[in-house]
Design a protein around this ligand. Structure first.
Ligand code: RFL
Length: 394
């Protein structure tokens, strides 16, 4: 079997690359270890930048999103027992969109497989990437129904298999650097079957630790609670979760949180990494296969989709018109943005977690940084620009 492109992984990045290739009539195979149902239901991200929505729209991939997503114009910090709304659209003219990742993935699978007649193979196992530094790379896998091993030869491999994938390890070790950052904290990620108390994203900066509220839909709300990095869900019975959420998001001038059953409760170990240079020979990584940003600034899926736009367009230009420029500049173009967002996540992490660091000096300076967003128009504009996505990427 031979196809021009094998895409490893059917997350937001891989499905977007596949869709762009099919729209350009380039054949490809997407390989995914999980089932279709599993990837369509996996809850994760929800906040999408204007520029990414536009990127999806330009590629015919935003119909579902535009019909159902909420467009947000402000977020809100809570500290000193009060609410502090931050109206970012007033400052930048840009928005955030709330559209849960499972809905986006469902749209992307449907368009790829059902509308653009793309080949997608779910439930494969033991995926291996071969010969990517030659002109004839290949990907092999075990077929879920027969158990036999299959080999697909191709011209290019798009490694979009996320943080736990295998394609990253096919980069030549001597030319690859992995830069890591560990925040030394955990976040308890929660999904509650309850309406949000406010339709804004809320950030609670509190001496007991950070807490966040991210509306997902009228029925479901995501919450985060800073916790010790070694904690497990067992350390956080529902009563403790709600007591801490109430305390850390308290504001005398706002209604209380609405409690409900907790559908998801897992501890995220907060860390970042960046794989450089993201490409070698005929292998190009995109999304979390190449870089992870802890969900502090809600940038992970945005970065994954930015990569996928560049990679899909570059592969189509190469395979349809013989134009190599996009592929040649791909890794550098992605990495500039990745480092920008990593820096912003680190900056924001200090603001969120400084008050609970146990170090009174750090608590003082990070609170000063937070108050400055509400007293200095220049500081507010700088925050808004990064939070909504730099204008240069819009
Ligand atoms: P994904 O989504 O992990 O997809 C990779 C796919 O590859 C499959 N796979 C393999 N397939 C074939 N062979 C193998 N050997 C394979 N190994 C794995 C996997 O099953 C999967 O289907 O990576 P991708 O496409 O790069 O997309 C990245 C995003 O999913 C991720 O960045 C976001 O979810 C991060 N994130 C957020 N990002 C935002 O932009 N805004 C948010 O509000 C936001 N909130 C979040 C988040 C991530 C979270 N978690 C769970 C860490 C909230 C949370 C709680």
């Amino acid at each position: 079997e031979h196809v021009p492109v094998v895409v490893v992984g059917a997350g937001p990045a891989g499905l977007t690359v596949g869709n762009i290739l099919r729209a350009a009539s380039v054949d490809c195979v997407v390989l995914e270890t999980e089932t279709r149902q599993f990837v369509e239901q996996r809850p994760r991200a929800g906040v999408i930048e204007d520029a990414v929505v536009r990127g999806l729209q330009e590629r015919g991939l935003a119909d579902g999103l535009l019909a159902a997503a909420q467009r947000q114009t402000a977020c809100e910090f809570r500290f000193d027992g009060r609410s502090h709304p931050f109206p970012y659209t007033e400052l930048t003219g840009r928005h955030h969109w709330v559209y849960p990742q499972p809905l986006l993935v469902t749209d992307l699978v449907r368009t790829y497989a059902d509308v653009r007649e793309g080949d997608i193979r779910f439930g494969v196992s033991d995926v291996q990437v071969h010969d990517t530094d030659t002109d004839r790379p290949a990907v092999s896998y075990r077929c879920p129904t027969t158990g036999e091993r299959r080999l697909i030869r191709c011209d290019f491999v798009a490694g979009c298999d996320g943080a736990r994938g295998v394609s990253r390890s096919a980069l030549p070790q001597e030319r690859t650097r992995i830069a890591r950052h560990d925040y030394g904290i955990g976040w308890l990620a929660l999904l509650a079957e309850a309406p949000p108390t406010s339709d804004r994203v809320l950030f609670g900066v509190h001496p007991d630790g950070f807490a966040g509220q991210m509306p997902r839909s009228p029925e479901v709300t995501r919450y985060y609670l800073q916790c010790a990095p070694g904690d497990g869900p067992g350390d956080w019975p529902d009563d403790r979760v709600w007591a801490e959420l109430h305390r850390r998001l308290a504001a005398a001038d706002a209604p209380p949180l609405v409690e409900g059953p907790l559908l998801e409760k897992r501890v995220l170990d907060m860390h970042d990494y960046v794989v450089e240079p993201m490409a070698s020979g005929r292998l190009f990584l995109a999304g979390e296969a190449a870089h992870l940003t802890a969900p502090i600034a809600a940038k992970g899926m945005n970065l994954a989709l930015h990569d996928a736009f560049l990679l899909g367009d570059a592969l189509a230009a190469r395979l349809v018109e013989g134009d190599d420029a996009g592929l040649d500049g791909y890794a550098d173009a992605c990495l500039r943005r990745v480092w920008d967002y990593q820096e912003f996540s680190q900056w924001l992490s200090d603001v969120y977690h400084g008050a609970a660091s146990g170090d009174p000096f750090r608590a003082g300076t990070t609170l000063a940084r937070l108050r400055r967003l509400f007293t200095s128009p220049a500081a507010a504009a700088a925050f808004a620009e990064q939070y909504l996505g730099l204008a240069e990427y819009a």
